[in-house]
Ligand binder design. Structure first.
Ligand SMILES: [Zn+2]
Length: 311
């Protein structure tokens, strides 16, 4: 088994991120598997080098390691690899240039928007001979979209069980290369998982629908697809995904409030029934208690008392 830790240095890790990293680490290490570190820093101006370092420091402080001998993938250094794959898809008629703005896509979409935005109606499909032609004809920045064929994409998630999504209904032809010249998450993650030999992806359930898009892309690129295990989201008392409005649950803030690494790891592990809410334990000490059969699909609700007494 090989999986990856893929911190995105767009802000401090909050408890939801930490829970996913901790369970990924336990799942893989309990099975004797390996972990690749990947830095998901494609998001441009929001990403700072200091934030990347801070994220890695947080992981180390929590006691979560990775296999450095496998190399570290830094997505911002792999633009050429992603561009070559995108060009290959265009050359084979599996992707095409698109000059639509977001607001044009929104106003053209007939169906209500899903969680991943409006469904693209296919406006630019077959419209331009090449990326250069699209730029010359319109004077606009050009993105690339993947040609989606209609029909359900089925897979079995390691926790949520059998899934099927019709990507043509969900998002339509989706962006694989943004008009600012960077690869979209969907393309980069598929290429990187294959390049680093990842055979199990563990991540938050908000990414469940995007799995179908990644399976289509992997198939088109002739790449092996990993298995997937999605973990339930961590939500606030209002049932909404954990965010700033629920208070600052970043690792940085919790450390400043007096939490120790083992105290915090134990508190978060207790949400997966791996220990009691008042136990302090390192990830290594939790290994013998971990069993995949303990994972459940129910969202994890954090209320205001969750972090009220640091230890
Ligand atoms: Zn378009």
């Amino acid at each position: 088994m090989r999986s990856r830790l893929a911190p995105s240095p767009t802000g401090a890790f909050h408890v939801g991120n930490v829970r996913t990293f901790l369970l990924t680490w336990l799942h893989v290490r309990a099975a004797g598997g390996s972990l690749v570190l990947r830095v998901d820093d494609l998001d441009g101006p929001r990403v700072k080098a200091a934030a990347t370092q801070e994220g890695l420091d947080d992981l180390r402080w929590l006691g979560l390691d990775w296999d450095a001998s496998l190399g570290v993938l830094v997505q911002s250094t792999r633009g050429d690899v992603y561009a070559a794959a995108a060009a290959d898809l265009v050359a084979r008629g599996l992707a095409y240039p698109c000059v639509c703005t977001r607001s044009e896509v929104e106003s053209a979409a007939s169906a209500p928007h899903g969680p991943d935005g409006p469904r693209y109606p296919g406006t630019c499909r077959g419209r331009f001979a090449s990326l250069e032609a699209a730029a010359a004809a319109t004077g606009r920045p050009v993105a690339l979209r993947f040609v989606v064929t209609r029909g359900p994409v089925a897979f079995v998630d390691g926790l949520f069980g059998p899934q099927a999504f019709d990507v043509a209904d969900e998002t339509g032809d989706f962006v694989i290369f943004k008009s600012n010249g960077t690869a979209a998450y969907q393309l980069a993650t598929v290429i990187d998982d294959a390049a680093s030999g990842v055979d199990l992806v563990i991540r938050g359930a908000d990414l469940l629908p995007s799995t179908a898009r990644q399976l289509l892309l992997a198939r088109a690129l002739g790449l092996a697809s990993p298995s997937y295990l999605h973990l339930p989201l961590v939500v606030g008392p209002d049932g909404r995904r954990l965010a700033k409005r629920h208070g600052d649950t970043s690792v940085r803030a919790l450390r400043a409030a007096g939490w120790t690494s083992a105290g915090l790891v134990g508190r978060i592990a207790s949400t997966a029934a791996l220990c009691g809410p008042h136990e302090s334990l390192s990830p290594s000490a939790l290994l013998s208690r971990y069993s995949p059969s303990q994972l459940t699909t129910a969202p994890v609700v954090l209320d205001s008392t969750f972090f009220s007494s640091p230890r």
